[in-house]
Ligand binder design. Structure first.
Ligand code: SF4
Length: 419
C-alpha cells in the first residue's frame, strides 16, 4: 500500500479536481454557490451534484473541501476506542452480512458480562476513552442484557464513554422488555449509555431495505428511535451504506432525511459513509449488488455529504476499515475531517471481506494526518478535543502507552457494516 503523503494530497485533488472548479457547468456552479450561502438544496439540485463527473465533480470536491475548512479548520480528529462485538449470534439474516451466525454454528460466540468488562478495562488501560458495543440479535436475548452491560462497565469504569446499541438493538430491547421506547431509552441513559451508533441505517428507503434485509426495522422506526434518543438527551452518529444496489438518488434522499432530523433535534454528532464490502456477502453473490464503490464514487459520496449537510452536521467521518488508510486520506481532501476510532478489535467488516485490519495506533493516525499537512487531534465521542499534539515530542510523553495486547479470540470477525 503506497504511503507517500504528497501522493495523497495530489491524488485527492488530482484526477477528480485536476480541472479547475471554474470549468464546471453553470448549473453546478450555481448550486454550489447556493449551498455556500446556506440555502437548502432541492432534490433535483442535489441529484445533479450526486451524478456529477469531470469538472463538475472536481467543483463538488473543491466546494466540500472549502466547507470542511470553514466548519472544522485543518484539524483531523480521531478517537482512541475499542469495538466490543459481544455476540455474533443473530436471526435477522441481512444479505450484506458475513458476521451473523446461527446459535449452533461452530463459530458462534457470546461473551459474558465478565468478558465484556475485561475487554473494556483492557482498552481503558491503554488510553481508550470510549467502547463501542454492538452485537447480533439472538432469539433468546434478555431485553435487559443491554442495561446489564452498561451497569457492569460503569461499575468498573465510571468515566468510560459507552457508545452502544444500534437502533435495531434498541428496537429489539423494547420488544423484549415490553417497555415504552422512551422509558427504555431513559433506563439505558440512567445506567450510563453515553451515545448510540446511528447504524442499521443502510439506505433509509423501505424499497431498498427489503432487498438488503427484509427483517430489519423499517425507515419510520429507525427515525422514531433516533429522534426519541435525541429528545432524551442521547446523541447519535449517522451512517449510510453505499456501493451495493442503491443509486445516487437514494444517497440524496437518505442524506436529506438526516439533514431534516438534525434541523429538528441537533442530536447527530457526525455522518459516516460506509462503503459496501462485497466479498463473502449473499447480497453480492446472488442479490445483484455492485462490488462496492470505486475511488471516484467514494470521493463523490464524501463530498456530497459535506455539501448537503453543510450548516447541519459538522463532522464527516471516514471509515478506514472500509476504505483503507490511503483512500481515507484522499477523502480528507473531499470534505471529511475525522478518522474515526483506533478500534482495536474490528471484526464487522472483516467478516464481509475487508482487509484493512483491526487496529491503527494513535501514533500512526497522527503520522498519516501530518503526512497530508493537517493537524491531528484526539477527541472525545462528542468531539471535545482531548489532546492537540502540537509536537510529536509532547504527544509522545503525554500518551506513551503500550500497543494493545489482544487476546487471540479477538481476531474473530464481528458485527457487519450496516448494523
Ligand atoms: S447486520 Fe447485524 S442484524 Fe443484520 S444479520 Fe448481521 S449481525 Fe444480524
Amino acid at each position: 500500500m503506497p504511503s507517500s503523503t504528497a501522493q495523497h494530497s495530489s491524488s485527492a485533488s488530482g484526477s477528480s479536481s485536476s480541472t479547475a472548479p471554474g470549468a464546471a457547468s453553470p448549473a453546478i456552479r450555481e448550486i454550489l454557490a447556493s449551498a455556500a450561502r446556506g440555502e437548502e438544496l432541492s432534490f433535483e439540485q442535489a441529484h445533479l451534484l450526486a451524478t456529477s463527473t469531470g469538472a463538475d465533480l472536481a467543483a463538488l470536491i473543491a466546494a466540500a473541501d472549502q466547507f470542511r475548512r470553514e466548519t472544522c479548520g485543518d484539524t483531523i480528529t480521531y478517537i482512541v476506542n475499542r469495538n466490543i462485538n459481544f455476540t455474533n449470534v443473530c436471526f435477522v439474516g441481512c444479505s450484506f452480512c458475513g458476521f451473523g451466525h446461527g446459535p449452533n454454528a461452530p463459530d458462534a460466540y457470546s461473551h459474558s458480562l465478565e468478558d465484556i468488562v475485561a475487554k473494556a478495562r483492557a482498552a481503558w488501560n491503554v488510553g481508550a476513552s470510549e467502547v463501542c458495543i454492538q452485537g447480533g440479535l439472538p432469539r433468546d436475548l434478555d431485553g435487559y442484557f443491554y442495561r446489564d452491560i452498561l451497569r457492569a462497565i460503569k461499575r468498573a469504569l465510571p468515566a468510560m464513554h459507552i457508545h452502544a446499541f444500534s437502533p435495531m438493538e434498541i428496537s429489539y430491547g423494547v420488544e423484549k422488555t415490553g417497555l415504552p421506547l422512551r422509558d427504555y431509552l431513559r433506563m439505558l441513559k440512567d445506567e450510563g449509555l453515553g451515545s448510540i451508533p446511528g447504524t442499521a441505517a443502510e439506505i433509509l428507503d423501505d424499497r431498498i431495505r427489503k432487498q438488503l434485509s427484509p427483517n430489519k426495522l423499517p425507515v419510520a422506526r429507525w427515525v422514531e428511535i433516533i429522534t426519541a434518543a435525541h429528545e432524551t438527551g442521547i446523541r447519535t452518529t449517522s451512517t449510510m451504506m453505499y456501493g451495493h444496489v442503491e443509486e445516487p438518488a437514494d444517497w440524496v434522499r437518505h442524506i436529506q432525511l438526516l439533514r431534516g432530523i438534525q434541523k429538528r433535534t441537533g442530536g447527530f454528532t457526525e455522518f459516516v459513509p460506509l462503503g459496501f464490502i462485497h466479498d463473502k456477502t449473499r447480497l453480492f453473490r446472488i442479490g445483484g449488488a455492485r462490488p462496492g464503490a470505486a475511488r471516484e464514487e467514494h470521493l463523490r459520496v464524501h463530498a456530497l455529504a459535506r455539501v448537503l449537510l453543510h450548516g447541519a452536521i459538522p463532522n464527516i467521518q471516514v471509515s478506514w476499515v472500509k476504505l483503507g488508510l490511503d483512500l481515507s486520506l484522499d477523502c480528507f481532501a473531499a470534505g471529511a475531517n475525522d478518522f474515526g476510532g483506533t478500534l482495536m478489535e474490528e471484526s464487522i467488516s472483516k467478516s464481509a471481506g475487508a482487509t484493512f485490519g483491526e487496529y491503527v495506533s494513535p501514533e500512526e493516525f497522527r503520522a498519516r494526518i501530518r503526512s497530508i499537512g493537517r493537524a491531528p487531534a484526539e477527541r472525545s465521542t462528542t468531539y471535545a478535543i482531548r489532546n492537540r499534539f502540537e509536537s510529536e515530542a509532547v504527544s509522545a510523553s503525554a500518551t506513551a502507552q503500550p500497543r494493545p495486547q489482544l487476546a487471540p479470540a479477538e481476531s474473530r470477525v464481528a458485527h457487519p457494516q450496516g448494523s
